[in-house]
Design a protein around this ligand. Structure first.
Ligand code: HEC
Length: 104
């Protein structure tokens, strides 16, 4: 019985370590969103300001539109105002940002 209890304790410990080490896309996206200056134009938590509201938008849509603007394939409206500000944001970063924004 004692062996069983020890095994349960060890399993629980290992499980918590794995959960702790798993990258959390939502938390990463939040800090990447802030550190890349998106907030300045899209507002705190993506509520919108100069740029449109992004919070709660479909993840796939955010990624697709972001890449079109960054790569200067979408140039309508004020897109060309955003493009220079985000040209160094990687595909990995935008995936994390989109996971964060769509979850708001
Ligand atoms: C200099 C201001 C500015 C910055 C900085 C900026 N954006 Fe934008 N963004 C805009 C504007 C303005 C638009 C609307 C473009 C248009 O008129 O079509 C836009 C559009 C978008 C869209 C498309 C929204 C839609 O509904 O189609 C996405 C997605 C987006 N931005 C994501 C981001 C992310 C993520 C960042 C940070 C890495 C960022 N933007 C930084 C100004 C900015």
């Amino acid at each position: 019985m004692k062996l069983f209890t020890n095994m349960v304790t060890i399993t629980a410990l290992v499980a918590s370590i794995i959960i702790f080490l798993t990258p959390n896309a939502f938390a990463d996206g939040k800090s990447i969103y802030a550190s890349n200056g998106c907030e300045g134009c899209h507002g705190n938590e993506g509520t919108g300001s100069v740029g449109p509201r992004l919070a709660g938008q479909q993840e796939k849509y955010l990624i697709a539109q972001f890449k079109l603007i960054r790569d200067e394939k979408r140039t309508s409206g004020l897109s060309s105002m955003m493009a220079p500000a985000v040209k160094n944001v990687s595909d990995e970063d935008i995936s994390a940002i989109a996971a964060y924004l769509s979850g708001l």
